[in-house]
Design a protein around this ligand. Sequence first.
Ligand SMILES: O=C(O)CCC(=O)C(=O)O
Length: 265
Amino acid sequence: MKLTPEQLDSFRRNGFLVLRAFADPAECEAIWDVAAAHLKHRIEPYESEVGYRLKSYQYRTEISDYRSLATDEKITVRRLRQVYDRDILFKNWMENRKIRPILEQVLNDQVVITLAHHNSIMTKMPHSSTETCWHQDRRYWRYSNDNLVSVWLALDSEYRENGVLEFIPGSHAIAFTADQFDEKEYFSATDPRNLPLIETKVSTDLQKGDVVLFHCRLLHRANANLTDKPKISFVYTVKGARTKAIEGSRSADYPEIYLEPLTNN
Ligand SMILES: O=C(O)CCC(=O)C(=O)O
């Protein structure tokens, strides 16, 4: 399957693209079941809501050991990390051949899975999850250029009340100055210079099997989950083969999976 010229143009202009009903619902349900078991038993490595808030910018950029080291039974898991190696179902989704020609189009290069960063089951647990503020994923990642795209899979319905992603269209292509971000490099939602841009935010409800592609520099955020049901999503990141992780950074600390090219892009 390939994108139409209009879809490709939309991705390049807006920095994201929604692919409706892309994944098989049965595959989503199977992934949900395995994810739920790993969440129930809190299988490391994972990140807790508390850990997410406390970690510094430097920690997120440099440290590779992401085990939670949690001792508190009541802790809320925010994301399961390193899912590629957890289960064949996760690996199969990340190596899915139907999406590969699309990823080859948006990257205009051979597709490489980066295990260093988004390689996660993202959760929003009822009542105990937190808001994620406006940010670019690229801020903690160290690569030779920006040719990285994340693949978000909705395993069930996602909407405003349970924390669906919101995006600022076109923000991936804007040259911001460092002082428009706070010390953890969140895009300041109180800076008067940022407000007109934030007002252009968009979001769309997602259904089971919908996929969202988004560029690593696209500003995005999400609400806490205010419903009674967990929201569980899958996100992984791919890069073009010509994009290189910077030696000595966390981005270079994990293997990369080079996927067989399926088109001539
Ligand atoms: O679900 C969320 O709260 C935010 C997820 C996110 O920002 C990301 O995966 O980059």
